[in-house]
Ligand binder design. Sequence first.
Ligand SMILES: Nc1ncnc2c1ncn2[C@@H]1O[C@H](COP(=O)(O)OP(=O)(O)OP(=O)(O)O)[C@@H](O)[C@H]1O
Ligand SMILES: [Mg+2]
Length: 293
Amino acid sequence: MDTLAMGTILDPPEATAAARQFIQVRGARKVYASGDKSVEALSDVSFDVAKGEFVAILGPSGCGKSTLLMMCGGLEAVTAGVITIAGTPMTAPRASVGIMFQDPTLLPWKTVLQNVLFPARIQHLPEMEYRDRAQQLIDMVGLHGFENKRPHELSGGMRQRVAICRALLNDPDFLLMDEPFSALDAITRDEMNEVLLDIWRRYAKTALFVTHSIREAVLLADRVLMMTRRPATVVADIRIPFGRPRDMSVTEAPEFTRLCTQLRGMIERGTGQLDRRPGDGPILQPGRHGGEE
Ligand SMILES: Nc1ncnc2c1ncn2[C@@H]1O[C@H](COP(=O)(O)OP(=O)(O)OP(=O)(O)O)[C@@H](O)[C@H]1O
Ligand SMILES: [Mg+2]
């Protein structure tokens, strides 16, 4: 297993078509059948994610964000449409896709190190070859010295750090995160956002990140996709104008607050339309919508 390599963020205009469309979601629809009723969770969702891009998804509760993430992870089938990663349809989970949920779902009887190594164990890979990488990840997220602790001996933020390490163990090409920090208090959440920004500085993994927090989306993402109420579609695709490396200081910029206010207005209206006022400035720019080249 290689030691940790630095990632590169591809500049979208210069990237190849394959890299620009690393993840392709085309006309994704999901209807859940429950008894004699059916629930249309997603109606027609299309977008692309470029390699190395961090895309946040915002939308009202119950609009189908988790469903979309599960379909991107091959954990849930699409009813119609297609989702491809690196050109191959997602029909089953892949080792190259790391997943983090709201609940860190650690095994309580295993130590921090054993939990981080768990993906290697379930894939019957030689754990010894992953130990150095696991230790490097544990050190990187600030858990050095806690390798032999069990989850009940850790705080909520520390448990999510373990979950991040576990998701990164296989050096995935793509990370799916479903509100991973929403159960944490505000200070711990900021700390975890800093951990994630640091991970981005080092690896620039491609990511889809679901959150209810506009602030978190703007802080972390290169683009924000805004979804409507169920049956959901993507109504806005907004490029975040802050460069990388980024840190928490970006949240103090007036542009940051203004952008958050604009996004909040869009969510309240549910239309993806901007309510622009004099002096708003040219902040919101469209991102890359799904669509054929
Ligand atoms: N396995 C399932 N069977 C039937 N209906 C489901 C199933 N999973 C989700 N749904 C329904 O699909 C819709 C979308 O659910 P989903 O969990 O994807 O929303 P969400 O946007 O993630 O919500 P939240 O913001 O509350 O996490 C909801 O109406 C939900 O009840
Ligand atoms: Mg959800």
